[in-house]
Design a protein around this ligand. Structure first.
Ligand code: BMA
Length: 351
């Protein structure tokens, strides 16, 4: 009897290790266990503070590389407006450029995370259109906009399906939909749907897209609601994330210290939860817009991260068309030297 159990266990382990999604999760888990935190930057290869890459670009430009000599280890990209069937996302990135950035970054040994700011399927407004509290209800099974939403998921499905490396092998990605739902600034936010509706939205998304090589990340905003109140379940979620920013104040040194203490508290919780559930923890979005306190990296972010096991930390985008909307340094930015000190610390890795 014992031998049978043993053989069954071996068969199960072998089966799981052949599943590309399980294999990728295990690969990420090994990186996570290393104790180093991968630094990530949103839209790093497609544009930067003063430049914008055309599709023909060879994906060599990067604000992070210009400052440090290395690419970020994690590349974030957004699928927002792919559902409209056009060529560009909501921030004017061509989907063909995103695909090329994903392939390039993957072949350099990096990790890719995709978020999605879809339009409001009911009103036609943006992801931030919270005027109709029945939007989520309307796209679930039986709802008036269900088939429209299903066709949107199909478009996402096609894009994910098209992500292959130069040998034609599927590229695994971290998908992070329905983020920051603990606030109420997106149509899927806290006051815009019930717990049941929010979880049903996740389940539907998972059902349609999970055949792709996806590791799923859940990322509420910290400081709002109970972390697990709207959790879709351990059977769906692989990565426990947090989104949390530092906001400009009268005294930016003081607010940096406050951000640091808040971050420590939230990461203590997140890392313990990930440990308990066998998941991976990550700081899925953070930053200080325009980095008005140049020592934010080493006085705010770094000490906040220290002592926490995380797969990655990702700071938001450097918009080429909004000079003060940046979250990573660029050549000549006041925080350049501090960022170099941050990435040179023994807990942070770049490519
Ligand atoms: C926000 C801002 C917006 C952008 C959106 C999606 O935080 O950067 O300008 O459209 O993210 O990338």
């Amino acid at each position: 009897m014992r031998t049978i159990h043993y053989l069954l266990l071996i068969a199960l382990v072998l089966l799981c290790s052949c599943n590309p999604k399980v294999k990728y999760f295990n690969d990420l888990k090994a990186r996570y266990e290393s104790g180093k935190i991968m630094y990530g930057h949103q839209d790093d290869l497609t544009y930067g503070h003063t430049w914008y890459a055309e599709f023909e670009s060879d994906m060599t430009a990067s604000d992070v590389k210009s400052v440090t000599g290395h690419y970020p280890a994690v590349l974030g990209l957004d699928l927002g407006e792919i559902e409209l069937g056009g060529e560009f996302n909501l921030d004017s990135v061509k989907f063909s450029a995103s695909r090329k950035a994903i392939q390039t970054h993957y072949e350099r040994g990096g990790i890719i995370t995709l978020s999605w700011h879809p339009r409001n399927p009911k009103t036609g407004g943006t992801a931030w259109d919270v005027s109709d509290p029945k939007t989520v209800a309307s796209i679930l099974e039986g709802g008036e906009y269900h088939s429209k939403f299903m066709s949107w998921l199909e478009i996402v499905n096609e894009f994910l399906d098209s992500l292959v490396d130069s040998k034609g092998k599927p590229i695994p990605i971290i998908f992070r939909p329905w983020h920051e739902h603990t606030g109420s600034w997106f149509w899927w936010g806290q006051d815009l749907c019930t717990t049941e509706e929010y979880i049903a939205l996740w389940k539907l998304t998972y059902k349609v897209l999970n055949d792709n090589n996806i590791v799923w990340a859940y990322s509420p905003n910290y400081g709002y609601k109970d972390y697990f109140e709207r959790y879709p379940g351990d059977d769906i979620i692989d990565i426990l994330g947090y989104d949390g920013y530092c906001f400009e104040a009268e005294d930016n040194k003081e607010i940096t210290a406050f951000y640091c203490s808040e971050l420590k508290r939230e990461l203590d919780f997140l890392c313990a939860a990930a440990q308990e559930r066998g998941k991976i923890a990550a700081l899925t979005e953070t930053g200080f817009e325009g980095i008005p306190y140049p020592k934010w990296w080493t006085e705010g972010l770094l000490p906040g991260l220290k002592g926490h096991k995380l797969l990655y930390v990702l700071t938001w985008r450097n918009a080429w068309n909004r000079p003060s909307h940046y979250y990573a340094p660029y050549p000549g930015s006041p925080d350049e030297a501090d960022f170099i000190e941050f990435v040179n610390s023994d807990i942070i890795t770049l490519l």
